[in-house]
Design a protein around this ligand. Structure first.
Ligand code: NDP
Length: 443
């Protein structure tokens, strides 16, 4: 089937999931020239097969709150493509999730995981459960109920979930405990993001944020520039944002602002990451408490972080959090580089406004791939029953991020637009998956 026939079918099939459809459209635009140049890709229906998720699971998750009330949430797992290895991708617990979002994120994950150069297929899942405000006992009961269904569909060689929004060390612990009980064996390779004490990898917690900054360093290096003295704004204050801020600081940049669901935090002396860590990781509260320790800082309720002038903007909170007005404001304030730490945080028109103004742009599937890459390293350690040092894993992460940057740039050059890392990431990610799909046949 030719590209226009394929897209007509895709538009009909996914008309009820507009976010996923938009994501397909943007990726396919980069891939059509590659497919057109290879008769084998067309004759083997590689693109058509790649656009169809291999399995979509949706299930009931009933659980009882501390006050005795019964709640029913919905669980999801989209297992999109496993040509390169076991399905791999995070679990998100957030009230706003739906199938449309998980389809988009799982598709994105296929190309991202391919870019890491590791043997990882792509998946994503989670639930509309909100862990915030729930007791540890409630989160544990929810996780057990969620895993009661999910354990049938995962495993070290099948599908290996990890954390994402709302799923951190506590949730991964309860999910792994539930899995261990339900399958009756200790199988560390079935989940990543584990604590190093019971089978996790050093650097996994930091990996997405650190990897993002390593990627930004490569982008700057390619322009003969570096991070020292740069002023950055990072949105969010979760797992990705915290460790992006930490690495920015370590490499000599200053973080002017970050944010959470309640508003934006601006500190004229630079954000003190240790305080943010305490508030978010230990006390699990909002950023407003930061002002007690740093009275010169301001917490702007209901605002996002993009009004703060900066050279580097790193969206690290959630999807669609940087729109076209934010992009124009960033441009007016002199932003030079935007790199996505979150998945799909910039809207399509925001990306056009940024790139149209000459701002260097890195898509999440390349820039935030350090998290899943380190999950891949965690799986390797689990399989070999080894535990590598922090320094060893960090060095591998740096090499992987430099490799992803180089392959995106090379693919962008081959596509005729050397600075377009979006096209580069789509093409480089696709080429590896397509190679595997050709080799494995129409199965
Ligand atoms: P966390 O739950 O740890 O942090 C999310 C942050 O985003 C929090 O500060 C949260 O605010 C904020 N946030 C959530 N929803 C909204 C919203 N609707 N508007 C504004 N802010 C919001 O998640 P992660 O840091 O793990 O993930 C962040 C992003 O990075 C996601 O897009 C995720 O898919 C992506 N990602 C994560 C990876 C990982 O390894 N964890 C790997 C690759 C990508 P509050 O503090 O108030 O809750």
């Amino acid at each position: 089937m030719d590209a226009s026939g394929l897209m007509a079918r895709v538009e009909r099939r996914w008309s009820t999931t507009p976010g996923f459809l938009a994501e397909i459209r943007s990726v396919v635009a980069s891939l059509v020239p590659v497919v057109d140049a290879s008769p084998e890709l067309a004759s083997e229906g590689v693109l058509e097969r790649l656009l169809e998720p291999e399995r979509v699971l949706m299930f009931q998750v009933p659980w009882r709150a501390d006050d005795g009330e019964v709640h029913v949430n919905r669980g999801y797992r989209v297992q999109f493509n496993n040509a390169l290895g076991p399905y791999k991708g995070g679990l998100r617990f957030h009230p706003d999730v739906d199938l449309d979002l998980f389809l988009s994120l799982a598709f994105e994950q296929v190309l991202k995981n391919s870019l890491t150069g590791l043997r990882l297929g792509g998946a994503k899942g989670g639930s509309d459960f909100e862990p915030r405000g729930r007791s540890d006992a409630e989160v544990a009961r929810f996780c057990f109920s969620f895993m009661t269904e999910l354990h049938h569909h995962i495993g070290a060689a099948v599908d290996v979930p990890a954390g994402d929004i709302g799923v951190g060390g506590r949730e991964i612990g309860y999910l792994f405990g539930a899995y261990k009980r339900l399958v009756g064996r200790f199988e560390p390779g079935a989940l990543t993001g584990k604590d190093p004490v019971w089978g996790g990898s050093f650097v996994r917690r930091e990996a997405t944020g650190y990897g993002l900054v390593y990627f930004v360093r490569e982008m700057l290096r390619a322009r003969g520039d570096d991070l020292a003295g740069k002023r950055a704004v990072v949105s969010g204050s979760g797992k990705v944002a915290i460790y992006a801020m930490e690495k920015l600081e370590q490499l000599g940049a200053q973080v002017a602002a970050c944010s959470d669901r309640g508003g934006a935090l601006v500190d004229p002396d630079g954000i003190d990451v240790a305080i943010v860590k305490r508030l978010k990781e230990v006390e699990r509260t909002g950023l407003a408490g930061y002002l007690e320790a740093r009275p010169r800082a301001r917490y702007l309720k209901g605002a996002n972080a993009w009004a703060e002038p900066c050279q580097l903007a790193l969206p690290c909170a959630t999807q669609d959090e940087l729109g076209v007005r934010d992009a124009r404001r960033l441009v007016a304030n002199g932003v030079q580089l935007v790199a996505e730490g979150a998945n799909l945080p910039c809207t399509a028109d925001a990306i056009s406004a940024l790139t149209g103004a000459g701002v260097a742009f890195a898509p999440g599937k390349a820039a935030n791939a350090g998290g899943v890459a380190t999950s891949g390293l965690e799986m390797q350690q689990n399989a070999a029953q080894q535990a590598w040092t922090f320094e060893d894993v960090d060095a591998r992460l740096q090499a992987i991020m430099a490799g992803i940057h180089a392959s995106c740039r090379q693919a962008a050059e081959r596509s005729g637009s050397p600075d377009d890392l979006r096209t580069g990431a789509n093409v480089a990610g696709f080429e590896r998956v397509a190679r595997a799909m050709l080799d494995l046949g129409v199965v």
